[in-house]
Design a protein around this ligand. Structure first.
Ligand code: PLP
Length: 466
């Protein structure tokens, strides 16, 4: 915490709506140990051992702290193979808060994406969406489809402070549907918030317009509901007419403008593992609940233990409390404001689940072919033991038809904040390390890829200094 000063307070602070009951020690290390660890990991933070990490901001996925109520629920796991009571609790909770009629449980988000893509996409189809997500797009491509980005252009500009950078460019969507023909567009894929743009929200006004436009063509809207509660917070704070609505009410309204969702419960829903598919169409549900048996598990567990489903059900309830979401996004804003005030180039406005460093602006001396974001993430780890991840050319991978590397306009390093895990003092340590690496930025060198996996290469690729 900051040392007390003599100045009298000029504001009234608020703090997290919880206190800490269990603690988990973390390890500190020396610079020499970290230099060795990152070299052994091929300069890829995904290949570091967790024990070599001090503050882990790799991802907010599955890394949240569960509450005492969730842990208590885990003891009530009904581990029957079929018809576990925890499944029915999960189903009721999804119906109550997201409003979908049918729920297909899956082991995590990509399980739901796989099943949905197989059920809806045929070869040659086009799936427009508000910016790609790695696993979402890959499953669309593996099913024979092609993702087309229809997010507003501001989303690709890290400095543009548009309040809803996750909005769809309606004219572009219209053009894509016109060119492909509605029969070739099985659904429009809408993420709230948009992960790859920096956790940026879509407005309800825009989602309504997408709904109207697609309804005219008989095209479905499928939400990626992974961070819908965080998106709802931005709507509550920024969109006219919603400041008096609860997060839960906004989430439900968003879902009502869609035909279904894929969900990684590892994010919003405060669990370490889990996911589901929410659907309204009975025929599509039949197909999905048949496919889930092939790829995940029976349609009443879908790859989760009974206790996991109970934790998801309880986590959904907690994720929609207004005071929870304010503290969660508030902590991200705390770190983001600190870095912005120190003149460090970050994606603005600060998003819902992390602060995204603009690696191209921070390291202009490293060419794109030498992966400046990958190099920055490695340098940050070496400086302080803070683990972040690349979200740039390495994540974007190669074009499946040409085989060429894709160089997206955004070359970012993501400092992703797990929910309810770290304190404000941890955020100070992170901010100071970013500042130090930025000040000494000429010392950061580019990287050359020495091993490239075929799918989702960012997870397992290896590098060496160029
Ligand atoms: C994490 C994530 C997914 C995939 O979910 P997993 O649980 O990691 O399989 C899909 N969409 C978005 C936006 C995500 O952040």
């Amino acid at each position: 915490m900051n040392p007390p000063t003599k100045a009298v307070p000029t504001r009234r602070s608020w703090a997290e709506p919880f206190r800490i009951k269990v603690v988990e020690p973390v390890h500190t290390s020396t610079r020499e140990q970290r230099d060795r660890a990152i070299a052994a990991a091929g300069y890829n933070t995904f290949l570091l051992r967790s024990e070599d990490v001090y503050i882990d901001l790799l991802t907010d996925s599955g890394t949240s702290a569960m509450s005492d109520w969730q842990w208590a629920g885990m003891m009530l796991g009904d581990e029957a193979y079929a018809g576990s009571r925890n499944f029915y609790h999960l189903e009721e909770t999804v119906q109550k808060h997201y409003g979908y009629r049918y729920v297909v449980p899956t082991h995590q988000g990509r399980g739901a994406e796989h099943i949905l893509s197989r059920a809806l996409i045929k070869p040659g189809d086009v799936i427009p969406g508000n910016m790609y997500f790695t696993t979402t797009r890959l499953h669309q491509e593996l099913a024979g489809g092609r993702f087309v980005d229809v997010v507003i252009p501001q989303a690709h500009d890290p400095g543009d402070e548009h309040p809803f950078k996750g909005n769809v460019d309606l004219e572009k969507l219209c053009t894509v549907i016109g060119e492909a023909g509605a029969a070739q567009v099985p659904y429009v894929s809408i993420a709230g918030t948009v992960n790859m743009a920096g956790g940026q929200p879509i407005s309800l006004e825009n989602l309504k317009a997408v709904r109207e436009l697609t309804a005219r063509h008989g095209i479905r809207v499928i939400l990626d509901a992974t961070r819908l509660a965080e998106n709802a917070y931005f709507i509550q704070q920024r969109e006219e007419g919603y400041s008096h609505c609860s997060i839960a009410a906004i989430v439900k309204e968003m879902c009502s403008l869609s035909d279904g969702c894929t969900m990684s419960a590892k994010k919003d829903a405060l669990v370490n593992i889990g996911g589901f598919l929410g659907l309204n169409d009975p025929a599509l549900y039949d197909e999905a609940s048949n496919l889930v048996v092939v790829y995940e598990g029976l349609h009443t567990y879908g790859g989760m233990a009974g206790r996991d489903m109970e934790a998801v059900a309880r986590g959904i309830e907690e994720s929609l409390h207004d005071d929870h979401i304010r503290a969660r996004v508030g902590q991200v804003l705390y770190l983001g404001d600190m870095l912005r005030d120190w003149g460090i180039p970050i994606v603005l406005p600060v998003g819902g689940h992390g602060v995204f460093l603009d690696a191209r602006a921070m390291l202009p001396h490293i060419p794109r072919e030498q992966y400046p974001a990958q190099a920055l993430a490695a340098a940050l780890y070496a400086d302080s033991g803070v683990r972040s991840m690349e979200r740039g050319a390495v994540s974007a991978g190669r074009d499946p038809t040409t085989g060429d590397e894709r160089f997206p306009s955004l070359e970012l390093v993501r400092l992703t904040i797990p929910r309810r895990v770290y304190t404000q003092a941890h955020m100070d340590v992170v901010g100071e390390s970013v500042y130090y690496v930025f000040r000494e930025r000429e010392r950061v060198r580019g990287l050359r890829m020495t091993y490239e996996p075929r799918y989702l290469r960012f997870f397992q690729a290896r590098f060496e200094p160029a």
